[in-house]
Design a protein around this ligand. Structure first.
Ligand SMILES: *[C@@H]1O[C@H](CO)[C@@H](O)[C@H](O)[C@H]1NC(C)=O
Ligand SMILES: *[C@@H]1O[C@H](CO)[C@@H](O)[C@H](O)[C@H]1NC(C)=O
Ligand SMILES: *[C@@H]1O[C@H](CO)[C@@H](O)[C@H](O)[C@H]1NC(C)=O
Ligand SMILES: *[C@@H]1O[C@H](CO)[C@@H](O)[C@H](O)[C@H]1NC(C)=O
Ligand SMILES: *[C@@H]1O[C@H](CO)[C@@H](O)[C@H](O)[C@H]1NC(C)=O
Length: 321
């Protein structure tokens, strides 16, 4: 068809444009304006900015689905999607985002599904959270963050967004903080997916387990398994009781208090034994002390008597004259 970018497939009847492994280094400039579904995959497009979708000056107003998987995208600049303001689905999965502007998602008020599976470079999480908060994502109902090595999920993200689906499968979560669980619990319409995370089934997992047991918000609850400690490796988390989740530290603390008590008692007993076995020596020592005291007192007494002896006073007075 006329006006189809090189190496892309354009199908006007379906309103779709596909550019797969087209060796692109940026979004093509001549995308047909009727496009509703645009998919670009397998190219190398390191940067998306304000002008990336400026299609010869006209915004792609009819575009609702924008799929940009596997394009080595690293940077999302401010207002990167300004020219595609009506997208409902944005898929940025399998890229390597390491710089996300706080205004990257500005203006995406229609966006319902945001997919960032395997898309986050290291230490970009804070930037993402800021961008999600700053963007006016009032329609967003689904956020996919699978395959990202995430260690935690920031609590305030989900409460600001009115999410219905949150996918955190195949990350590096060892537990979920009580505050986050509480927020998820408050959002009654939210479904969370948590499979394939290396959960450590110790005391830190208590909030998650009690939440798992009292509602059905976790879509894949049955598939959750303990990764550690060793005794629980592979155990289904749902089969555990909250009281099974213990920390070595808790036990160590109790043990150390008991140990401390025993040591104190031993010291006391030894002290009493030393006193008992050495009672003769102590008696002798007491006697010696008493004698020493007596000598001392007598010395005082003697001096006192001398000082108050009137004859001595006279004597010294006489010697002066
Ligand atoms: C366009 O995208 C939407 C959402 O991703 C999808 O449901 C629909 O099937 C797509 N249409 C075509 C013709 O590919
Ligand atoms: C966008 O969609 C509307 C409604 O389907 C249609 O009237 C309009 O012509 C489309 N715009 C373009 C540029 O094709
Ligand atoms: C956010 O989006 C809503 C509509 O979804 C709109 O009414 C509101 O003005 C927007 N706020 C900002 C700050 O853009
Ligand atoms: C899980 O995520 C890693 C990246 O963190 C990825 O390499 C791997 O393919 C994913 N596994 C599955 C089963 O999707
Ligand atoms: C269910 O779990 C949530 C989150 O931990 C907690 O706030 C709530 O009190 C629990 N409800 C019941 C009935 O146990």
């Amino acid at each position: 068809a006329a006006g189809c970018p090189p190496n892309c497939d354009c199908l006007e009847s379906a309103k779709t444009v596909h550019c797969s492994h087209a060796n692109l280094t940026g979004v093509p400039r001549d995308i047909p304006p009727w496009v509703q579904n645009l998919s670009i995959a397998g190219s190398s497009i390191p940067l998306l900015n304000k002008t990336s979708f400026a299609n010869n000056g006209s915004a792609l107003d009819n575009l609702t689905s924008l799929l940009l998987r596997h394009n080595e995208i690293e940077v999302l600049s401010a207002s990167a999607f300004e020219q595609v303001p009506n997208i409902k689905t944005l898929d940025l999965s399998n890229n390597c985002l390491n710089n996300i502007s706080v205004d990257a998602f500005a203006g995406l008020e229609q966006l319902q599904h945001l997919r960032l599976n395997g898309a986050l470079g290291s230490s970009v999480e804070v930037q993402l959270v800021n961008a999600l908060q700053t963007g006016n994502l009032t329609s967003l109902i689904e956020l996919e963050l699978a395959d990202n090595k995430l260690l935690s999920f920031p609590s305030y993200t989900s409460s600001q967004l009115q999410l219905e689906v949150l996918n955190l499968t195949n990350n590096s979560l060892q537990f979920v903080e009580a505050g986050v669980i509480e927020e998820w619990y408050q959002q009654k319409n939210l479904q969370v997916f948590l499979g394939s995370n290396p959960f450590i089934c110790d005391c830190h997992l208590k909030p998650l387990l009690s939440w798992l047991k009292n509602n059905s918000q976790v879509g894949d609850a049955r598939s959750l398994r303990c990764f550690g400690p060793e005794d629980y490796n592979g155990t289904s988390i749902l089969r555990l009781q909250v009281k099974d989740l213990r920390c070595l530290n808790e036990d160590l603390e109790t043990v150390s208090y008991v140990f401390f008590g025993i040591v104190l008692a031993l010291i006391g007993v030894i002290f009493l034994m030393v006193l008992y076995l050495n009672r003769r020596g102590i008696k002798k020592w007491m006697n010696a002390l008493r004698d020493a005291c007596r000598d001392q007192m007598e010395g005082y007494h003697y001096r006192y008597e001398q000082d108050t002896d009137p004859r001595r006073t006279n004597e010294s007075a006489n010697s002066k004259h």
